[in-house]
Write a protein that binds this ligand. Sequence first.
Ligand SMILES: CC(C)(COP(=O)(O)OP(=O)(O)OC[C@H]1O[C@@H](n2cnc3c(N)ncnc32)[C@H](O)[C@@H]1OP(=O)(O)O)[C@@H](O)C(=O)NCCC(=O)NCCS
Length: 158
Amino acid sequence: MNKLENIVIRAATIRDLKAIWGIEELSYSAPWPKETFFVDITFNADARYCVALVERKIAGFIGGWFKEDQLHIVNVATHPSFRRQGVAVRLVQFMMELASDLKMQSAFLEVRRSNTAAQRLYEDLGFSVTGIKPMYYPDNLEDGLTMTKVLERAHSGD
Ligand SMILES: CC(C)(COP(=O)(O)OP(=O)(O)OC[C@H]1O[C@@H](n2cnc3c(N)ncnc32)[C@H](O)[C@@H]1OP(=O)(O)O)[C@@H](O)C(=O)NCCC(=O)NCCS
């Protein structure tokens, strides 16, 4: 499918909660409760969420925790009607650029062993498998793979 050229990424606000959670529900067998997003977006000082807009419609979102010198990507999902058009790539790239600007050294995430689509996305972006978390996902006791990427510095010389 053709890649979209008119994707706009912006910081999420609590007003985006309904759309974010709608995508979450369509995307996961064990979606996070809406309250988890509410708490993360509202109260977690380490968390940043972004949404991808296509013609002002929310097509996807990403959440990351910025702790010490690492970006932990905790969630990324694209609405089913916008998949394979480059939305998730743009979201992950945006988050990594933000992390580089904040002088984070690396980015990592967990992904289900069976989620080869997401693994392919992260591999395309330079992540590689650096660990296995046995039975990480409580709903079906599936293993999680940890994938990590060392980030490029945004500005040379500092
Ligand atoms: C995984 C997910 C976020 C990808 O979103 P997306 O916007 O469709 O991804 P992109 O269009 O940016 O795809 C980028 C690359 O990822 C890989 N990819 C994405 N979906 C894929 C699929 N279904 N099968 C194989 N590779 C896939 C491809 O390499 C793709 O590049 P290509 O289309 O040029 O071949 C989306 O399928 C989704 O929301 N899934 C459910 C939630 C989820 O699994 N999130 C990740 C949790 S770790």
